[in-house]
Each structure stands twice: as structure tokens, then as C-alpha cells.
Design a protein around this ligand. Structure first.
Ligand code: OAD
Length: 239
């Protein structure tokens, strides 16, 4: 029975908290309405920082009004229950929201960064930044203006914590992906790595992801229902 569980979450887990997903089948996803090349690349920020910062200001304000849902809460329960039984949960999210933390998950690996933090391009410092960002803001650490950007990973940049993620994947015995389309690498490739290391794999999603055929088990429906149901079933089966 699996006691070392690796969970990868994506935008779908936060959809019922009111935060939009990126690629909806109905064409209403964030990247259908906004051009990522104009908003989520280092080049776009260099060309038009006001436009890029305004986009993230809007997303940050939405996030501050959102609340975690039953799926985030179920994963926090899973972390505690596994720890009590000598097991371990590695929770890796592609989401830049803090809804896992607000559901009281203790350790969350944000491979695409965190919207409520800002990073200074001059000195590299990272700070909590729940307010709007402006090109004239001054870095509290180095005192220079014009370098503060959202602490998020943009297209063309390396995701964070890849070594930690690789180590955790090798140690786990079950891989679960929740609410992710399997369209963006390297996260979309984790399931293949997991299989190569001999892990069982489970997809929990609204509908089949692009890489659905790589999962041993598939559960489809809204995450606020499917994730808690899976967690209860999984914990109930532990000896
Ligand atoms: P996507 O928007 O690509 O996919 C969202 C997934 O969630 C889809 O498979 C939907 O079917 C599913 N979904 C939608 N509503 C759901 C619900 N209520 N319950 C369960 N599942 C639901 O989001 P990601 O896969 O997270 O990167 O996208 C990956 C990356 O692409 C993001 O982190 C972001 C984006 O570009 C960066 O910005 C670097």
C-alpha cells in the first residue's frame, strides 16, 4: 500500500475557487482571452512592464478574494494523515495561488512561483508582496527602482525546485495529478518519469488530460468532489 505519495496540482484544482484555468475546452481559458507572449515572458516585461504588471495585479486581486475549496482541504488532510502513519506527501503545484497554504497544507512546492511574492531583477531578493506592483516601486533590499516583478515563472524560464521534485519522484510510490491539462512541460512529463521509476499513477481531472493514457487509474469530475472522495478512499484502505 502506497505511503509515499506525490501529488501534482494544476489550475483545475482552483477552478471552483473562482480562479480561471488556462486552457478550457469552451475556449474561455485565460490564454484564449489574453496573449501569453505579451504577458508572460521576460521579453514582454522588458518591452511593456505596465501592461504585464497590470495583468498580474488583476490576478493578484482575484486571488485575494478567493478561498480554498474542498479539494485543497482534502490534500491538507492527506498530508497530516500520511505523516501520522509514518508516510509522506510531496505536494507540487503549478499554481501561483496560495490556496493550498490557506487550506493549511504545510509544505507546498510552487514550481511556477508565487503570485503574492515579488522578485527584484537587480538583487534577486524575493519578498511577500500582496499589493499591486508598479515599475516605479523601489526594492526594499537594494533600494533600486524598476526591477520588481511578480515571482512567477514565465514562458522561456526554468521552473523552480526541479532537483527537489526529481528526488521526491524517485522516492514516492504513488503519483497523482489533479486538475492539470498535461499540456505544459516539464510538469506534463512527470507522469512518464513516475512510470519509469515504477510508481502507480492516477489522474483526477474534469476531463481526460492530453497525457491521460499514461495513467493507471482515471477519475473524472469536479475536483471539489473527486479529490476528497479519492483521499477518503485512499486513507480508508491504509492498514
Ligand atoms: P490548464 O488550464 O492547462 O488545465 C486545467 C485542467 O483542469 C484541465 O485539464 C481541465 O479539464 C481541468 N479542470 C477544469 N476545471 C476543473 C475542476 N473543477 N475540477 C477538476 N479539474 C478541472 O492548467 P494547468 O495544467 O495547470 O504556467 O496549466 C499548466 C501551466 O500552463 C500553468 O501553470 C501556467 C500555464 O501556462 C505558467 O504560467 C508558467
Amino acid at each position: 500500500m502506497a505511503r509515499s505519495v506525490f501529488v501534482l496540482t494544476g489550475a483545475g484544482i482552483s477552478a471552483e475557487s473562482g480562479l480561471g484555468t488556462f486552457r478550457d475546452k469552451d475556449g474561455q481559458g485565460i490564454w484564449a482571452r489574453f496573449d501569453p507572449m505579451k504577458l508572460a515572458t521576460p521579453e514582454a516585461f522588458a518591452r511593456d512592464p505596465d501592461n504585464v504588471l497590470a495583468f498580474y495585479d488583476l490576478r493578484r486581486r482575484n486571488l485575494l478574494n478567493a478561498k480554498p475549496n474542498a479539494a485543497h482541504q482534502a490534500l491538507a488532510r492527506l498530508e497530516q494523515a500520511l505523516a501520522k502513519r509514518g508516510g509522506h506527501l510531496t505536494l507540487v503545484t503549478q499554481n501561483i495561488d496560495d490556496l493550498h497554504e490557506r487550506a493549511v497544507s504545510r509544505r507546498v512546492i510552487h514550481m511556477h512561483g508565487e503570485l503574492l511574492k515579488a522578485r527584484c531583477q537587480h538583487c534577486g531578493s524575493v519578498r511577500l508582496w500582496p499589493e499591486d506592483l508598479s515599475p516605479s516601486d523601489v526594492c526594499p533590499d537594494c533600494g533600486r527602482a524598476g526591477g520588481l516583478r511578480p515571482h512567477v515563472v514565465w514562458f522561456g524560464e526554468m521552473p523552480l525546485f526541479m532537483d527537489d521534485i526529481d528526488r521526491a519522484l524517485r522516492k514516492a510510490d504513488l503519483f497523482v495529478a489533479i486538475g492539470t491539462s498535461g499540456a505544459v512541460y516539464p510538469a506534463a512529463g512527470f507522469v512518464a518519469e513516475a512510470r519509469a521509476h515504477g510508481l502507480r499513477t492516477c489522474e483526477i481531472n474534469l476531463e481526460a488530460a492530453d497525457n491521460a493514457d499514461l495513467f493507471d487509474e482515471r477519475r473524472y469530475g469536479p475536483a471539489s468532489q473527486t479529490a476528497p472522495a479519492w483521499v477518503e478512499e485512499f486513507l480508508g484502505a491504509l492498514p
